[in-house]
Design a protein around this ligand. Sequence first.
Ligand SMILES: [Zn+2]
Length: 261
Amino acid sequence: MPELPDVEIFRRYAEEHALNQEIKKVSIEDDKIAATSPQTISESLRDRQLKKAERIGKYLFLPTERQSVLVMHFGMTGWLEYQKHEKSQYTKASLNFSNGYHLCFVNPRKLGRLHITDNIQEFCRYMEIGPDALAIGEGDFIQKMKKKRGMLKSALMDQSFLSGLGNIYSDEILFQAGLHPKTRISRLNEAHIGHLFSRMKEVLSLAIEHRANPDNMPDHFIIPHRKEGSICPSCGGEVQKDKLSGRGYYFCPRCQAGEEE
Ligand SMILES: [Zn+2]
């Protein structure tokens, strides 16, 4: 599932290719992805230009010169393609520009969504999108964590608490911080939370630098070793898999000994 670093790469791609050109036509190939009616999406964008590309958590916001903002969420798997001719078979919507190019919203597993909003802050409030994991400051992060209960990994993945992290990057951040995913937040002191904050920023920045490509992550990341029995890049021990809320996660029991449950 596209997480914060992936969506940041899409944001940069949209910024590089799709801004400041007139949209001549909007094609919605599959109504299921239209969280706002296809007609409204079309009317809000036709004869307008996208002026900016912004990101909060896993959401991409593309404001026009008027009030309307196109909002994209990529679901389980998705990406953007800017091209003149061939469209991917999984293109679910496309904006056709006056230069003949298309910005395609490609979404093979259909769980992506397009919305139109007039106000990004209100949209985030309504959708319960918490502060962005890359934008949040250390003081705010510490304050929020001190009030949060439950297990660490669940908190990091709770989009209303902190937005942008999913299964893969929460595993990586916890690995880099040397914390067990099932650590109770109440057991962490301020120094632990500060350390976790630094590792979170570092993991996200490095992942973006490596274009969020899982095959091209730094050598000290656990992402390339997401397989049971893989070798931990830090201690040489065995990577293990466990489950939390029905989802498999990976960790090193030696490096992330921590305080389990
Ligand atoms: Zn290890």
